[in-house]
Every structure is written in structure tokens, then in C-alpha cells.
Write a protein of this length. Sequence first.
Length: 113
Amino acid sequence: QVQLAESGGGLVQAGGSLRLSCVASGSILSRNEMGWYRQAPGKQRELVASITRVHNTNYAGSVKGRFTISRDNAKNTVFLQMDSLKPEDTGVYYCNGLPNWPWGQGTQVTVSS
């Protein structure tokens, strides 16, 4: 089973930036798409960004224009650049393939107003 390890979260003020990383223990090329998900307090996990093997991207409306997903297939790593952060971006961020592997621990992002 592929294991996923997310990192890069933290506490940031509104308007700030963070860059999240996700390293997979196996090849991410075994999944056509990789995605970043967010689980806000008291809410269900939602997909916020995805990227295909050939780097086509898709974003949830709430993050479009502020977040950028990228991938390095050679390093089995997926990134999420988050700019112009808002308090509503607060949550635990996870990455996963589509279809999903077992979930990692996620990384906490907290945006203060």
C-alpha cells in the first residue's frame, strides 16, 4: 500500500502564503489524478484541487485563483501553493490519488484574521 505524508502546514495571518508538500511511498503515476483535500472543523472532507498525470488542473471555486497544485512525478511528490489565504481556508489538508489510497495524517493549516 502506498503511504502518504503531508507537510508544510502552520499558522499564518490572512493574506499570507503556505506551500504544502505530499510525498508518496510509491509511484503517483499509478493514479491518473492526484488531489488535495481539505477538512474544515465540523465539516466533511472536500476536494480543493486536482492534477492529472499530464498536469491538467482543476480547482474548487472557493480556491480558484489563489491555490496552485503541481506535481513532480520523478519524486512522487505533489505540492499545493496557497496564496492570499483566508480564515475559511483553515482545516486539515490531505493529499491522495484518485481513486484513493489509505489517508495520511494530513497537515494542519490555520489562518487567523
